[in-house]
Design a binder for this molecule. Structure first.
Ligand code: ADP
Length: 254
């Protein structure tokens, strides 16, 4: 974040952003479910130039055993950026930022999981950022939530996540890398839409109270759009195709 609110020309005279989006427009986002054969559940997202894959293993026996929790499953999350995911090669070892994001993402996902159904077990969520373009924690939460659903783990709801922020003094949705670095503020939010529960709320930079309220409401709107896309991806993967239904009907009649 750049200190102060000096103009950086991140919004042009027509009111469009560096990538041509309107202030309240989400980046082009596409989810895909179940692309890894060996993981129990998996999902992939492209959100703008972000490319992120999530894989889930579990519930399974916890190793090392002393980490097992007697009353619920241990949800472990690892967020990792591939060395080639950013312009300059990133060191493959986990950075402080990745350790922090792993914790934050795990805490944003856990309220959605019925962890008390699996005492002493562990559920492992691995997130690999193949290409990073700002807002990767939000995209990671959304895609990991789909991977948990794909693994058949009982969930209260999906977790949909999106950030809003302030760029050139304007409140905008879903910041890309340039806006994240050169903008004035960023507000990542994660939501369980059914119960309207917030599972993540972070703030980087400064907002006035009024700006905070409009950024928060815009981020919630973004979460709603992400939720629709998540549900659509689940339906594409799991709804019974029309032709299969017709075949089944045919078999019944015979
Ligand atoms: P988020 O990805 O959730 O917005 P940050 O605000 O910490 O998380 O990071 C913003 C962006 O900065 C990332 O999405 C990524 O594009 C970029 N970034 C993070 N770490 C590095 C790094 N080691 N080298 C280059 N760019 C990085």
């Amino acid at each position: 974040m750049v200190e102060g609110s000096q103009k950086k020309n991140l919004i042009n005279k027509k009111g469009l952003r560096v990538d041509g989006r309107k202030p309240d427009e989400l980046r082009s986002t596409k989810f895909e479910i179940g692309l890894l054969e060996k993981a129990m559940g998996s999902a992939y997202v492209e959100q703008g130039k972000n490319k992120i894959i999530a894989a889930v293993y579990g519930p399974r026996e916890t190793h090392p055993r002393h980490l097992a929790l007697q009353d619920r499953a241990l949800l472990r999350c690892r967020y990792h950026m591939a060395p080639f995911s950013v312009e300059e090669r990133k060191r493959p070892a986990p950075s402080r930022r990745e350790i922090e994001l792993s914790k934050v993402i795990g805490e944003a996902l856990e309220p959605a999981v019925f962890v008390d159904l699996y005492p002493r077990a562990s559920i492992d969520v691995f997130i690999e950022v193949l290409q990073s373009d700002g807002g990767s924690r939000c995209a990671s939460i959304s895609v990991a939530s789909l991977a948990l659903a794909d693994a058949g783990i009982p969930l209260r709801d999906l977790v949909a996540s999106c950030a809003a922020g302030k760029v050139d003094g304007e409140i905008v949705l879903d910041l890309n890398d340039d806006e994240d670095k050169l903008g004035e503020a960023d507000l990542p939010v994660a939501l369980m839409p059914q119960s309207e529960s917030i599972t993540l709320l972070q703030m980087d930079g400064n907002f006035s109270q009024k700006e905070f309220e409009s950024a928060f409401n815009l981020a919630l709107k973004g979460c709603g759009q992400i939720y629709d896309l998540q549900k659509q991806a689940l339906k594409e993967k799991y709804s019974i195709k029309k032709e299969v239904l017709e075949d089944l009907e045919g078999e019944k009649e015979e």
